[in-house]
Write a protein of this length. Structure first.
Length: 937
């Protein structure tokens, strides 16, 4: 029934678009310069609704300056033509059943010579500029009091899940810039959850390159999916922000604020929040490892997963500031500080099936309860200074300080064999206190351009460092029933201490070798050291202290690594095509000394690093990009050390000093196509890789229910993922429809009891998303996602784990001219084909009603109910090479919240004043508030 309704809904939308297409006309013309009579290509041509100036149709002028504007409604429209440096052209045109085509012949554009006054120039909703997709924010309407995140959800090819993780064109967005500069480091949520959409002009989606790649033009493979938010010029002098105060049932609370001062190049932002409802307008970091900060003192993930159905319940206190400015004429500076304190309570149940050869399996049924507190201090800085026209410096330092105090208790029952007989049972408690700091890829770069075009030299130094220190206690009682009954009690105190340091200088020289051809010579040296001290002491009942050193639970080592890499790259670039190819050779020496067992492991490897990139532009709105990379992965210290270690006396690890490096061949292809006439857009992404000498686990299942894990080089590892997005606008109702298909395939080999086991995992996903684009009264978003997982094991064909998840989401907001707002958010999730007790049907309904108050509706009172039906549940399934795990975690359930929100807008000519650094916002001709934006999108 659910799918039938969905299909009827989609059919209705498609029929609407077809019927509209049958009642439209066409406008043709040619654009030329009024003085030199040159043709104007790529000018924006829009058909605007005469009543509300909404965009009815759009296109770009092509070769010869010719434009053809199709699908124009049969009515009176305002034709707007704009081209940079020229005065906009306007003309009222009427189309009818008797006149469906208008030929305007040649239109001569005049060079813009004076201020346009209050003339409003509309912009096309989407533009594709080489490898960048640009969205005009004003073409996507959002509900009152929205955030940048709400705006991003409207964009084709962009998806945001309930935890705030952004995906663009099928890839996770790792960086969000504001006006081209970093905002609170590289945390995307800082910008998307704290910036209002009414100050945003454009949103650009692209792959950001490393500083060295952007300078030399040679891709080093360090690509980051990035969103750049450009603000409206009208809002770059003034201040704006939002404050929220909320009190709820069960003593819940929700307070937050953000305040931004923009004054030309200078931008200052202050943020803060406190709540106990899993809201985090940032991404918590985990530098202490395992999301817990301790080797054995943790449990389930800490409170870093925000969202309505996130695992655990987290209380959050956080705040910080971001500063951006231009010092003098040539130095751009950004700096930020952010503090957060998270207190998380997690109650989790899990059932894990361990597959064995034949038809047997071992099951671990665990209940775990944990409480953790984590504090972070994050400092980021970026400085870019242009010394002169030929020389520049970039400096990007950062540091994170973290403290973690996790505590956990758990009970685990292991069963297996005929009748599910008990194998072992354990009850344990653990606690620890951990502190540390981390500097991640701090960068200093010098760049020089020679007089000869494309001849450059750059020197780059990357540095990483960190230190972790922890003290913890573990008490565990393990009862073994197979092969005989015995009890093992562990009562230990452990000390962890580690220090790591890496420095990696790189020299690059580029030289033109012909027309449109460049060669690069690159040298990189890298030195790494890691000293780890891990000592465990058993409790001495006679001395009433932890004095007995336990070498089995201890593992201390010293590790150093030296590498030298030489690379040669070649690039050719033409008008429509760009191609590069290169390869490097690396000599790597690693030395590891285990100081606990006095075992030395020395290795020497020679690695190749081939790369190839190709980009072809079929037109300005359609392109194909292909990237190939070959990379070597080195075995870790723990994987190489030939000694037996454990952390619970049940499961053991042994390294393999004969491991070879693994080599990964990966290819990535991206296709983008945009039709400016119909506004239809296609994103397609394909990723494929294969790994030779893949470092995988070799597991021996012990008779007492535990495992002994070592490592081996195995073959047969293949990975494939595909993403396809097709989106287009609908006229009635004004909205956007997107179809998204995801395909993932992974194949790998492991050894279980010395028997080869291949795992074949396929995930199929289909999403249909409809978002309204109405200017008044309603804001609506609907989506349906079906995900089906197919897993095959050669070890046990009868244990193939197929499962699926279906999700329906609806967000509806109604708002009146008088300021009343009624909203409803509904998410329905069904989890099928799980283990008994983990198949869930979760209807999550959260309605609210609000009233806007004060002048310009700057204030709002709102009463909301989260999880009205009190049905919220969180379950997840995790599939690995030989395990199937189902997990259930505690979540937020029904509560009521009354909030007051105040929105501050004070730009340029408004006379309201703020103290301190927010002082001095006098008139400068931009107009008052948000009403008279001259360049309205």
């Amino acid at each position: 029934m659910k799918k039938t309704i969905l299909y009827i809904f989609i059919s209705f939308l498609l029929q609407q678009s077809i019927s509209v297409a049958q009642s439209t006309g066409t406008i043709r013309g040619i654009l030329k310069d009024s003085i030199g009579k040159q043709v104007l290509r790529d000018a924006s041509v829009l058909a605007l609704n005469v009543k509300d100036s909404s965009v009815e149709a759009s296109t770009l002028s092509g070769a010869g300056g010719v434009f053809i504007l199709r699908n124009v409604p049969l009515n009176s429209i305002l034709l707007q033509i704009s081209f940079q440096g020229y005065a906009p052209f306007f003309k009222i045109i009427t189309l009818s059943n008797n006149k469906t085509t208008v030929n305007l012949d040649t239109i001569y554009m005049a060079i813009q010579a004076k201020d346009l006054g209050n003339v409003t120039v509309k912009q096309a909703p989407i533009a594709v500029k080489k490898d960048t997709v640009e969205f005009n924010a004003g073409s996507f309407n959002v509900k009152p009091n929205a955030t940048a995140e709400d705006l991003l959800k409207k964009l084709p090819g962009v998806d945001i899940d309930n935890t705030g993780v952004i995906k663009a064109q099928g890839e996770t967005v790792q960086r969000v810039l504001i006006d081209g500069k970093r905002f609170f480091g590289d945390d995307p949520k800082m910008a998307t959850k704290n910036l209002p959409p009414d100050v945003i002009d454009k949103i650009q989606v692209f792959d950001d390159l490393s500083d060295q790649s952007k300078f030399t033009g040679f891709d080093d493979g360090n690509r980051v999916k990035t969103i750049n938010i450009t603000t409206k010029k009208n809002t770059r002098k003034g201040y704006f922000g939002k404050a929220v105060a909320g009190v709820g049932s069960d003593e819940n609370y929700d307070e937050s604020f953000n305040l931004h001062r923009f004054d030309g190049d200078q931008q200052i932002s202050l943020l803060g929040q406190a709540n106990d409802i899993n809201k985090q307008n940032f991404t918590p970091q985990d530098i202490l490892g395992g999301n817990t900060g301790g080797r054995r003192g943790g449990g389930p993930p800490r409170g870093g997963t925000a969202g309505v159905n996130a695992t655990g319940i987290t209380s959050t206190w956080a705040g910080g500031g971001n500063y951006k400015d231009t010092w003098g004429k040539s130095t751009d500076v950004t700096a930020s500080y952010f503090y957060n304190n998270l207190h998380t309570t997690n109650d989790q149940q899990s059932l894990t099936q361990n597959l064995l050869p034949g038809d047997s399996s071992i099951f671990n049924n665990q209940n775990q309860y944990s409480i953790s507190r984590n504090q972070d201090h994050q400092i980021n800085m970026n400085m870019e200074s242009t010394i002169d026209t030929n020389n520049s410096i970039i400096f990007r330092p950062n540091v994170v300080f973290q403290t973690s105090t996790p505590n956990s208790s758990s009970t685990t029952l292991t069963t297996g064999g005929l009748g599910g007989k008990q194998i072992n049972q354990s009850v344990s408690t653990a606690s620890s206190t951990n502190t540390g700091f981390n500097i991640n890829n701090a960068n200093l770069m010098f760049r020089h351009k020679f007089a000869k075009k494309s001849r450059t030299f750059s020197a780059n130094v990357n540095m990483s460092a960190g230190s972790n220190n922890g003290v913890g206690f573990m008490y565990s009682v393990n009862n073994f029933y197979v092969p005989y009954i015995k009890t093992d009690t562990i009562n230990q105190r452990y000390i962890d201490s580690s220090n790591n340091f890496t420095i990696s200088p790189t020299l690059s020289y580029t030289e033109p070798i012909g027309k449109n051809q460049i060669i690069e010579l690159n040298y990189n040296y890298s030195y790494s050291s890691n000293n780890s001290v891990n000592k465990t002491f058993n409790y001495d009942a006679n001395a009433h202290d932890f004095l007995q050193f336990d070498s089995l639970f201890s593992n201390s080592y010293k590790f150093t690594s030296h590498s030298n890499r030489f690379t040669v790259n070649y690039r050719m670039q033409k008008e429509k095509m760009r191609f590069s190819v290169g390869s490097g050779i690396q000599w790597l020496d690693q030395n590891s000394l285990n100081t606990t067992k006095n075992i030395m492991v020395n290795t020497h490897f020679v690695n190749l690093t081939p790369t190839a990139n190709f980009m072809y532009s079929f037109s300005r709105t359609r392109n194909l990009r292909i990237f190939y990379m070959g990379r070597t992965g080195q075995p870790s210290v723990n994987q190489l050390q030939p000694l037996k270690t454990t952390s619970d006396s049940i499961n053991f690890q042994i390294g393999n000093p004969n491991l070879k490096p693994q080599f990964t061949h990966s290819i990535r292809a991206l296709y983008t196509s945009f039709d400016p006439t119909t506004q239809r857009i296609i994103f397609a992404t394909v990723n494929a890789s294969t790994v030779t000498n893949d470092i995988q686990s070799s597991i021996i299942q012990n008779t007492n229910g535990g495992k002994t894990t070592t490592y081996a080089n195995l073959g047969g590892t293949y990975n494939f993922s595909g993403y396809f997005n097709y989106g287009f606008p609908l006229s009635k109702p004004k909205s956007n429809l997107n179809f998204v298909t995801n395909i993932n395939y992974n194949q790998s080999q492991t050894l279980v009891n010395n028997v080869s086991n291949f795992t074949y995992n396929t995930t199929l996903g289909q999403t249909i998303k409809w978002t309204s684009n109405l200017k008044k009264i309603f804001d609506m978003n609907f989506s349906s996602t079906t995900t089906y997982n197919i897993t095959r094991y050669t070890l046990q064909a009868n244990q193939n784990a197929n499962f699926y998840t279906e999700t329906l989401s609806a967000e509806i907001t109604w708002y009146s001219k008088s300021g009343w707002i009624v909203a409803s958010s509904f998410d329905y999730t069904y989890n099928g084909n799980r283990a008994a007790g983990y198949n869930t049907s979760v209807p999550l309904w959260s309605p609210s009603v609000g009233k806007q108050v004060f002048k310009n509706k700057s204030g709002e009172f709102r009463l909301s109910i989260f999880d009205l039906l009190n049905q919220n549940t969180n379950v997840a399934r995790n599939i690995t090479a030989n395990t199937i795990q189902d997990v259930r975690s505690n979540v937020l359930t029904r509560y009521l919240m009354l909030t007051f929100t105040y929105n501050l807008r004070n730009f340029a000519s408004q006379q309201q004043r703020m103290p301190g650094m927010f002082r001095g916002m006098g008139p400068d001709g931009f107009g008052g508030g948000m009403r008279n934006f001259r360049n309205e999108p």
